[in-house]
Design a binder for this molecule. Structure first.
Ligand code: MN
Length: 148
């Protein structure tokens, strides 16, 4: 199974944005990234490398660092694997205009990947331990850190 970057490509003009092009690439790695994105509203983008793309959620208040904190995570379009290293400024007039900064990165282990629930362990610099993403409705998910 591979992800699709059609929606990613439709939203962007690659002559105008410094973001990576829409190439699916299966690296055999399981990496994650969190990018602090100063667009029209500040949010944190959480991305997991799965099926040759980065599965992505926009987290308005940022990923939880402690158990017991539930954060809304809005599912967004798959991003290319090369986006894992992307930092910089997307100029005005482009989709997601604003500054993108690296907030955390590392590897993860996937325990469960189902439409209603994803369970995984993050091994990052800021985020580490067992996490869940729980699908609530449409594009809305809840991200939380589990107790053990
Ligand atoms: Mn974003």
């Amino acid at each position: 199974m591979t992800g699709s970057l059609d929606e990613y490509a439709l939203k962007r003009n690659f002559g105008e944005t410094p973001e990576p092009g829409p190439e699916v690439e299966d690296t055999g790695q399981q990496r994650f990234v969190v990018q602090e994105h100063h667009s029209s509203t500040l949010h944190w983008d959480f991305r997991l490398e799965i099926d040759g793309v980065l599965k992505s959620w926009a987290v308005p208040k940022g990923p939880p660092e402690e158990p017991g904190v539930r954060r809304l995570a809005v599912h967004v379009e798959d991003h290319p694997v090369d986006y894992i290293d992307f930092q910089g400024t997307i100029e005005e007039g482009n989709y997601g205009a604003g500054e993108v900064k690296l907030w955390d990165n590392g590897t993860f282990e996937l325990e469960k990947n189902e439409p209603a629930e994803m369970l995984f362990t993050l091994n990052g610099k800021r985020l580490h331990g067992r996490y869940a993403l729980i699908h609530t409705r449409e594009k809305q998910w809840i991200m939380l850190k589990r107790k053990s």
